[in-house]
Ligand binder design. Sequence first.
Ligand code: NAD
Length: 442
Amino acid sequence: MEVHARRDGRPIGVVAAADADAVDRAARAAHDALPGWRATSPAARAAAIGRYARLLEQFSDLIAERVADEVGKPLPEAHAEVARAIDVVHHFAGEAARLWSAHLPAESLVTGSTVRPDPVGVVAAITPWNFPVALVLWKLAPALAAGCTVIVKPAQEAPLAAWTLVDIAQQAGLPPGVVNIVTGDGPTVGEALSTHPLVAKVAFTGSRRVAEQIAGWAAPRLKHLSLELGGHGALVVLPDADLDVAVDVAISQGYVNTGQACYAVNRVLLTPDVVEPFLERFRVRFAELKPGVMTTDRGLARHVMLLDEARNAGALVDGGEVTDGRWVHPALVTGAGPGVRLVDEEPFTPIVAVMAVPDVDAAVAEANRPDYGLVNYVCGEDLRACLETAGRLQSGTVAINGWRVVVPHAPYGGWRGSGLGTELGRPGLEAFCRWQHLRVLR
Ligand code: NAD
């Protein structure tokens, strides 16, 4: 399969279109490597993953260039993605060393219980194109720390950066078969991985539609499964909020990665008295925004469709134009409510809807209305009120008075329709473990 630069269509590489036989070879390689990797000491695993992190740093310019080419994102944004993803690898190098057994209180001199972690086995990591480095490393690093071996299946739109990550893993001295990659068409490779008897866990990030297919294959085979799916982020602006902070959150997270981010702010919920002052400030920042590249043609078509549908429903749309076929301007939508698709379904394009709600209770109800629960945002000066509001939001993450939501040491995962399971943090490591209770009875 030829890979093209998203901005100008120039060919930038060729990857294999794997079939079920290629997946089988990768699964066997990963399975053969499992006993050796599983038997390494926590300290040896930590050292190997640490070496990997340092080599990734040395190659970070190359990786970022690949991301920028494949996805069409600006090079500084690609650099930022790569740098933050490498922090995750450093973090899990440390976690590998801390993955110890727990000795439960002894009941007598000779009897008692020890609980020890064991790697779940071969992991298939199936990832999307929007953050093609971060979403691979969020799975690869904790899986390696837990002692699993991994087969990476990147999105067909962005396989080159992922391929580079796997290549660097070999150069860092990770034993053959510990980190593998299969590239190719999603349904063919995805099904072969999700049904393969030697694959113990499927760690997936992507759309709900594909997640349901993968779950349909994995569930009857009793495979471990994690599903990180889309979001429909709401920003709840409390009546006492600093509106400059709220605008910064809405602009920064509404249009991040040209809206192609699962943690994007899609709805801003305001009580009627602050709508106008908020919009006045918002429009100043909005006017400075530049168009961005949509990575896929289907995303581009969806952007146009969502805005047309909102206009037909009587909403007002500012911006949102498409230029040169691939570039879209950010859009601000006012006057859209439930029943309009862009406030009901994840847009995954640069659209922010500003919605007036009677009070904070109504804002919480609207935030929780669509069947998503990944990341929500709250702005307000009274921290206690912010925390109380956050506690009523049905999402795995709530950011208060800011927008940098992801850190390596805290769990990240969707509630409700946004997925199953958790990545990052301690739970993101334990997600690659199964537990053995050693019970000494006499
Ligand atoms: P997608 O579901 O189309 O593809 C994701 C991966 O699945 C790709 O590797 C693809 O090749 C593969 N795939 C496609 N069809 C398949 C099939 N039938 N069987 C098995 N595998 C298949 O998603 P996308 O368009 O690449 O990504 C966008 C989605 O990802 C959005 O919904 C977004 O919100 C979500 N996302 C979630 C997070 C998160 O952490 N929760 C992060 C980023 C993106």
